[in-house]
Design a protein around this ligand. Structure first.
Ligand SMILES: [Zn+2]
Length: 162
C-alpha cells in the first residue's frame, strides 16, 4: 500500500498585493491589482523526527517569495504580445497604442509569458523549491502551489521533486 504524507501552509501572511495586466487572446487587460493568497503543499517522506517539514520552515520560504512580490507591478517579461524594454531607470511597456512607464523599483520582472495565476503559481513554487533545496529537505517528493486571485478563483501548479 502506497502511503503519501503532506504538509500545507496558507493564510497567515502568505499573501501579497500586486498590480498586473494579463493578456488574453490578443487583448491586454487594463492595469489592475489583486490581493493574492498563496497556498503551498509539499509531499514527502517522514524525517527521523516524523515531520514532512517544519511548518515554520515552509512558511518562511513561501513568505519570502510573497514579500518579494508584495506592492509591485508584476511584469511578464517573456510576453509574446508586449514590447518590453528595460533601461537604467525602469521599464517601458507598449501594447498597440498603449504605453506604460514604470520605475525599476516598482517592478518585479518575472521570466514568464503571462501573469496568470497558473504561471504565478509556477514561479512561486520554483522559488520555494530553490529556498528549500538550499536548506536541505531531501525527503520532499512533490510541491504544489495555488494562487488565489480572488475568493473562489485560484490557479495552481504542481510537480514532482527529483
Ligand atoms: Zn488580474
Amino acid at each position: 500500500m502506497a502511503v503519501h504524507r503532506h504538509v500545507t501552509v496558507e493564510r497567515i501572511r502568505l499573501k501579497f498585493a500586486a498590480a498586473h495586466m494579463a493578456t488574453l487572446g490578443d487583448e491586454l487587460e487594463p492595469l489592475h491589482g489583486h490581493n493574492y493568497l498563496v497556498r503551498c503543499r509539499v509531499d514527502g517522506d517522514l524525517t527521523d523526527d516524523r515531520w514532512v517539514i517544519d511548518f515554520s520552515a515552509l512558511k518562511r520560504a513561501v513568505r519570502e517569495v510573497c514579500d518579494a512580490l508584495d506592492h509591485h507591478f508584476l511584469l511578464q517579461e517573456r510576453s509574446p504580445l508586449l514590447q518590453v524594454e528595460r533601461d537604467v531607470e525602469g521599464w517601458s511597456i507598449r501594447f498597440r497604442n498603449r504605453a506604460y512607464r514604470f520605475p525599476a523599483s516598482d517592478v518585479v520582472a518575472l521570466p514568464i509569458e503571462n501573469t496568470t495565476a497558473e504561471l504565478l503559481a509556477e514561479y512561486i513554487a520554483e522559488q520555494v523549491v530553490t529556498r528549500l533545496a538550499s536548506d536541505g529537505h531531501g525527503n520532499l517528493t512533490k510541491i504544489a502551489v495555488d494562487v488565489e486571485e480572488m475568493p473562489g478563483q485560484a490557479g495552481g501548479y504542481a510537480r514532482d521533486l527529483p
